[in-house]
Design a binder for this molecule. Structure first.
Ligand code: MSP
Length: 657
C-alpha cells in the first residue's frame, strides 16, 4: 500500500482526578476511529493520548484520600489505561505528565520561552478556579464564579512568573486570518477572536502555594502552571523540543481534538507558547461539543443524581464495545452538544445495529446456506435493481472519505447505512424466497445472493475504522479471508465460492423497556452508593466497613508480661557468611551490645539498617543460626521479602510495654 505520509492525531490528556465517564470516551472514540481510518488509507499514523497529573486539584484530592499525589494518580491512571484497553483504543503512545521524559522536556520548553524574554517574575493578584486550573479577572468571573464550570473562584495573591501572552494577540489573530483551518468549527474561531479582542492579559505561569508540579528551572520553589505543563505533552511525547526522530517525523500535529471548553487553551496559549519557543504550530485544533445529561455537561456529579448510566464499563459489559462506539459516533454531530440518555442509546443500537446490519447479515448467510449450499455463487444475470445496489455500494467509500475529511463521523456512518438499508430493501424487492421456488430463476437467485454477499463485504471494509470487531465477525461469517484493503470497497466482483458459516447474531435485539428499567436501577444504586460515600465521615465509613482480622489463639496478659521488649540501636550490620537470607546485627540496648540475626536480607541492605532504632525481644533464649549465635529477635512488620522495620523515637535501652 502506498505510504501517504504521516498523520499525527491527539486527544486531550485527561485529569486522573476520578474515573472517566462516557463524555470523556467520546473524544477518544472519535480519535481512534480517525486513526484507524487514516491507517487504512495508507498513512503512517501516530495517535497520542495520556493523563494530565499535576496541579492543585489533584494534590487536594490526594490529601483528602490520605495518600501521596503520585499514589493517587497511579491508581486512577491504571483504571484509565484499563478502560482504553477494554475499548480497544489503538493509541501509539500514552504520555503521563509525571514521567521524567515529559518533565525534563517541559523545562526545556520553558527555558526557550524564558531565553526569548517572554517569561518574567511578578506578583499575581486575581481569581483562580481550582477545578479548571484557570485564572480569571474580576470582569470574567462574575459573582466570583468560574465562567467555565460555575464553581466559586478563590482569591490568589502570590509571587509568580508571567508569560507575555499579550505580545502574541496580533500574531494569533493573523494566524486565524491566514489559516482559518487552524481552528474549527468556525463558531469557535469567532469566539476566540472575540476573546482576544477584549484584550489578552499576560498569563500567570507559575504557582508557589503548592508543590505538585514541574519545578520552574532555576527557581524550584515555583511549580509551572498546569496548562503550560499539560499542553507541552503534544511535543514532549515525541521527544521535542529538541531534535529527535519522532519529533521531526510527526510534528506538527495534523489535529488536536479537544472539547469546546478547552479550545481557548489550545488555540491561544498553545500557539503563543510555540511561537515563543520558535517551534512550528499544529495544523488544526478541532473543538467538539459536549454530551449532555438533562441539559448539562455529563459529569460524575450529575451521574451521582442517578438519571442514566454513564459509566462506559457498565454499558460495554451489557451491549459490547462496538455498540457503544457506534452510538457515540453516529448519534452526535461534531462540534455540537447532544443529549445523552440510555433510551436514545438503546434505540440506536436496536434500530441500526440489530435490525439493519444484524438482520442483513443473518438473512444473507441463512439464504446462502439454504439456497446455495453455503457457497457464495457468481452473479449470472443483471437488471436495474442489481445495478442500483451495486452503484450505491461501490460509490460509498469516496463519500465516507469526504465525510471523514470533515470529521463528520455521523455522516460517514450514515453513508454506510444507506448501503445497508438499500441492501435490505433489495431483499424485499427481489424476494429470493419466491425466486427459489422456480428452477428457471436459479441464475437470478444466484445473482441476488452474490450481490448481497458483495455488499456485506464492502460494508465490512467501510465500518472497519468504527467497529473493527464487527467487521471481522461479518467477514468470518461470509468466509472472507485476507487483510482489509480500503480500495477493495470500490469494486463489486470479488465474491465467488466462499464458504459461509452462520454465527451468532452480531447484535442481539434488545428489549428496550426491560433494559431501560435495569439501567435505571443500576444508576440509582450507583447514585445511592455515591451519596452515602459523600456524606459519610471517613472514620465512620472505615468503622462501618471494618472486617475482623484472622488472628492466632487469644492470650492472657500473663502470657504477654513474660516478654521483655527493649529499644535498640543497630551499630553494625553484615550479611551472614553462610546464609543468603540472614543479616547479622550488633545491637546496642542501653549498656549492652548484642548480636542478633534476622531473616530480612531480601528486604534490606546491611548499609540501610545501620543507625536504625529497633524493638528487640531481649529475653529470648539465644540460639545458633548457621554457625553464629543470635541473642534476641528484632521486630519487623510485613511478610517474607517485604519487611518494614518496627521502629521508635525512644532512646535505646528503654523498656517497651
Ligand atoms: N487535562 C485537561 C486537558 C489538557 S490537554 C493538554 C482536561 N481534562 S479533562 O479530563 O477535564 O477533560 C478532558 C476532555 O474530556 C476535554 O476535552 C473535555 O471537553 C472532555 N469531556 C469531559 N466531559 C465531557 C462531556 N460531557 N462531553 C464531551 N466531552 C467531555 O480538560
Amino acid at each position: 500500500m502506498a505510504n501517504k505520509g504521516t498523520y499525527y492525531i491527539t486527544t486531550p490528556i485527561y485529569y486522573p482526578s476520578s474515573n472517566l465517564h462516557i463524555g470523556h470516551t467520546y473524544c477518544t472514540v472519535m480519535a481512534d476511529a480517525m486513526a484507524r481510518f487514516k491507517r487504512l488509507q495508507g498513512y503512517d499514523v501516530h495517535f497520542l493520548t495520556g493523563t494530565d497529573e499535576h496541579g492543585q486539584k489533584i494534590q487536594t484530592k490526594a490529601e483528602e484520600a490520605g495518600v501521596t499525589p503520585k499514589e493517587y494518580v497511579d491508581n486512577v491512571v491504571a483504571g484509565i489505561k484499563d478502560l482504553w484497553k477494554t475499548m480497544e483504543i489503538s493509541y501509539d503512545d500514552f504520555i503521563r505528565t509525571t514521567e521524567p521524559r515529559h518533565m525534563e522536556r517541559v523545562q526545556k520548553i520553558w527555558k526557550r520561552m524564558y531565553d526569548k524574554g517572554d517569561i518574567y517574575k511578578g506578583a499575581y493578584e486575581g481569581l483562580y478556579c481550582k477545578e479548571c486550573e484557570a485564572f480569571w479577572t474580576e470582569t470574567q468571573a462574575v459573582n466570583n464564579v468560574c465562567p467555565d464550570c460555575g464553581r466559586p473562584v478563590q482569591h490568589a495573591s502570590e509571587e509568580a512568573y508571567f508569560f507575555k501572552l499579550s505580545n502574541y494577540a496580533d500574531k494569533i489573530l493573523k494566524l486565524y486570518d491566514e489559516h482559518p483551518e487552524f481552528l474549527e468549527p468556525e463558531t469557535r474561531r469567532n469566539e476566540m477572536r472575540n476573546f482576544i479582542n477584549q484584550g489578552l492579559e499576560d498569563l500567570c505561569v507559575s504557582r508557589c502555594t503548592f508543590d505538585w508540579g514541574i519545578p520552574v528551572p532555576n527557581d524550584p520553589k515555583h511549580v509551572m502552571y498546569v496548562w503550560v505543563d499539560a499542553l507541552s505533552n503534544y511535543i514532549t511525547a515525541l521527544g521535542g523540543p529538541d531534535d529527535s526522530e519522532e519529533f521531526n517525523k510527526y510534528w506538527p500535529a495534523d489535529v488536536h481534538l479537544v472539547g469546546k471548553e478547552i479550545v481557548r487553551f489550545h488555540s491561544i496559549i498553545w500557539p503563543a507558547m510555540l511561537m515563543s519557543a520558535d517551534l512550528p504550530l499544529p495544523k488544526k485544533v478541532l473543538g467538539h461539543g459536549w454530551l449532555l445529561l438533562g441539559g448539562e455537561k455529563v459529569s460524575k456529579s450529575k451521574a451521582a443524581k442517578g438519571m442514566d448510566v454513564v459509566d462506559p464499563v457498565i454499558l460495554i459489559d451489557r451491549y459490547g464495545i462496538d455498540a457503544l462506539k457506534y452510538f457515540l459516533l453516529r448519534e452526535y454531530t461534531f462540534g455540537q452538544d447532544g443529549n445523552f440518555t440510555n433510551e436514545v442509546m438503546l434505540k440506536r443500537i436496536n434500530f441500526d445495529l440489530a435490525n439493519d446490519l444484524g438482520n442483513l447479515l443473518s438473512r444473507t448467510v441463512s439464504m446462502i446456506e439454504k439456497y446455495c449450499g453455503g457457497v457464495v455463487p457468481q452473479a449470472k444475470t443483471h437488471d436495474e435493481t442489481d445495478e442500483d445496489l451495486k452503484n450505491i455500494a461501490v460509490s460509498a467509500a469516496s463519500k465516507v472519505s469526504d465525510e471523514m475529511d470533515k470529521f463528520a463521523f455521523n455522516m460517514a456512518l450514515e453513508r454506510i447505512w444507506t448501503v445497508v438499508r438499500r441492501a435490505n430493501k433489495y431483499i424485499d424487492e427481489k424476494a429470493p424466497w419466491i425466486l427459489a421456488k422456480d428452477e428457471a430463476k436459479k441464475d437470478e437467485l444466484d445473482t441476488v445472493m452474490n450481490h448481497l454477499a458483495e455488499t456485506l463485504r464492502i460494508v465490512s471494509i467501510l465500518i472497519y475504522p468504527f467497529m473493527h470487531t464487527t467487521s471481522e465477525k461479518i467477514r468470518k461469517q461470509l468466509g472472507i479471508e485476507g487483510d482489509i484493503i480500503w480500495e477493495d470497497s470500490e469494486v463489486f466482483n470479488m465474491m465467488n465460492g466462499e464458504q459461509v458459516k452462520k454465527g451468532e447474531q452480531i447484535f442481539p435485539r434488545l428489549d428496550v423497556e426491560k433494559e431501560l428499567a435495569e439501567l435505571t436501577k443500576i444508576a440509582e444504586e450507583e447514585a445511592a452508593k455515591k451519596a452515602a460515600g459523600a456524606v459519610q465521615d471517613p472514620v465512620e465509613k472505615a468503622i462501618a466497613e471494618s472486617v475482623p482480622l484472622k488472628l492466632k489463639d487469644e492470650i492472657v496478659y500473663g502470657d504477654f508480661d513474660k516478654m521483655d521488649f527493649r529499644v535498640g540501636t543497630i551499630l553494625k550490620a553484615e550479611k551472614h557468611p553462610n546464609a543468603d537470607k540472614l543479616l547479622v546485627f550488633q545491637v546496642k540496648m542501653g549498656t549492652e551490645v548484642r548480636q542478633v540475626i534476622s531473616g530480612v536480607a531480601d528486604s534490606f541492605t546491611p548499609e540501610e539498617m545501620v543507625g536504625k532504632k529497633v524493638v528487640v525481644v531481649a529475653n529470648l533464649k539465644p540460639r545458633m543460626l548457621r554457625g553464629l549465635e543470635s541473642h534476641g529477635m528484632l521486630l519487623f512488620a510485613g511478610d517474607d521479602g517485604r519487611n518494614f522495620v518496627v521502629t521508635t523515637d525512644a532512646p535505646d535501652g528503654e523498656i517497651v510495654s
